[in-house]
Design a binder for this molecule. Structure first.
Ligand code: NQM
Length: 360
């Protein structure tokens, strides 16, 4: 047991978008990934469905960690490593990005003095270490002080807060190596048409109707459907191989998104499994990826969508509202190229202090 694990270590709890996590400076954690992961399991209280002995919120969306440091990359100010900590299972995975926790990374970097605050707003260039993709985040810092309060509402979060604008570049194939890792806009698995796509998050897109549901169910209704869960698992296990992810039984990716025609003025309606638990909304890069999918001709979802005017934001409807995503896509090339994507989130500093990992 290292001494870092027995004495406390600095930790900030933040809500980023519709997720919540523990933010650390990389230098405050053990450098050895195995030692670091053991420590984080104790910090979050994993494995335990209630995470009663740790900071985790007993849900994958509240069992997340951001590890932040100054970047050596010439085009980035900050490096951000995202770690998904299991709830029931003692897992710590770096195989996916998290665009929601990303919303807190810029403010955290300012809070910890890694980046100076601008007089009106601050722009931080962030390298997402999990994939090497770049994100730029911009948030208000009037008078050089972060202002977390504001009028921006994010579906799935009560109240309003200051806008955190996220711009993504190089997310195409971030995890799988290419936007359409199977080489096709559409494949068939278990007799069902799917689109396997990765624009920052590996996602299997399926028409809800093909799985015998409407696609407008509540997350609780979807969670109660054991047959659906089995079919989703079967699809993602096969898709994992096709998407060059290998055996994904214990991995958090690919996610599966069920799509249906929009009902709330957006472009498409979604219900997402992360990877088997229904999401109350949808992940940031998950939404970016699904928006990209439905823009491409021939994909599952393209014909179900009500596409906005070219250049307008794509409204991705989800169980608790809508996430509007801007996608700059060049479909004239083969395969199509995504130049950038952008959206708005909010973040909140919840707590700053010292966490005491349990010692054994
Ligand atoms: O897709 C959930 C979330 C996420 C990840 C998940 C995320 C993203 O809602 O970028 O933000 O898909 O596990 O935070």
């Amino acid at each position: 047991m290292s001494s870092t694990a027995t004495i406390g270590l600095p930790c900030m709890l933040m809500r980023g978008g519709t997720s919540k996590g523990a933010y650390f400076l990389a230098g405050d954690l053990p450098a050895d990934p195995r030692e670091r992961d053991q420590l984080l399991l104790r910090v979050m209280g994993t494995p335990d469905p209630r995470q009663i002995d740790g900071l985790g919120g007993a849900h994958p969306l509240a069992s997340k960690v951001a590890v932040v440091s100054r970047s050596a990359a010439p085009d980035a100010d900050i490096d951000y490593l995202f770690l998904q900590v299991g709830v029931e299972a003692p897992t710590v995975s770096d195989r996916q990005n998290c665009g929601n926790l990303l919303a807190g990374v810029g403010p955290f970097a300012v809070e910890r003095g890694l980046v100076p605050a601008g007089d009106v707003r601050t722009r931080v260039r962030i390298r997402m270490v999990n994939s090497g993709s770049l994100a730029t985040t911009t948030f208000p810092t009037p008078g050089g002080v972060i202002d977390y309060s504001g009028e921006t509402a994010v579906s799935g979060v009560p109240g309003t807060a200051a806008p955190v604008v996220l711009d993504f570049a190089d997310t195409e194939g971030a995890v799988c190596g290419s936007l359409l890792p199977t080489g096709n806009v559409r494949d068939e698995i278990d007799g069902i048409a799917v689109t396997c796509i990765d624009n920052g998050m590996p996602v299997v897109v399926v028409a809800a109707g093909d799985l015998g549901v409407s696609g407008y169910e509540t997350p609780a209704e979807l969670a109660a459907d054991a047959v659906l869960r089995e079919r989703v698992q079967s699809l993602r296990l096969a898709a994992g191989k096709l998407m060059v992810l290998g055996d994904v039984r214990d991995a958090s990716v690919p996610k599966t998104t069920l799509v249906a025609p929009p009902r709330e003025g957006g472009a498409i309606s979604t219900r997402t499994f992360i990877p088997l638990r229904p999401h109350d909304s949808i992940g940031v890069l998950g939404a970016v990826t699904v928006a990209t999918a439905v823009l491409l001709e021939g994909t599952v979802g393209h014909d179900l969508a009500r596409l906005p005017a070219p250049g307008a934001a794509m409204g991705i409807e989800h169980p608790t509202g809508r996430l509007d995503v801007g996608i700059d896509l060049d479909t004239a090339t083969a395969p199509p190229r995504v130049h950038r994507s952008s959206l708005v989130r909010t973040a909140r500093k919840l707590f700053d202090g010292t966490v005491f990992p349990r010692t054994y």
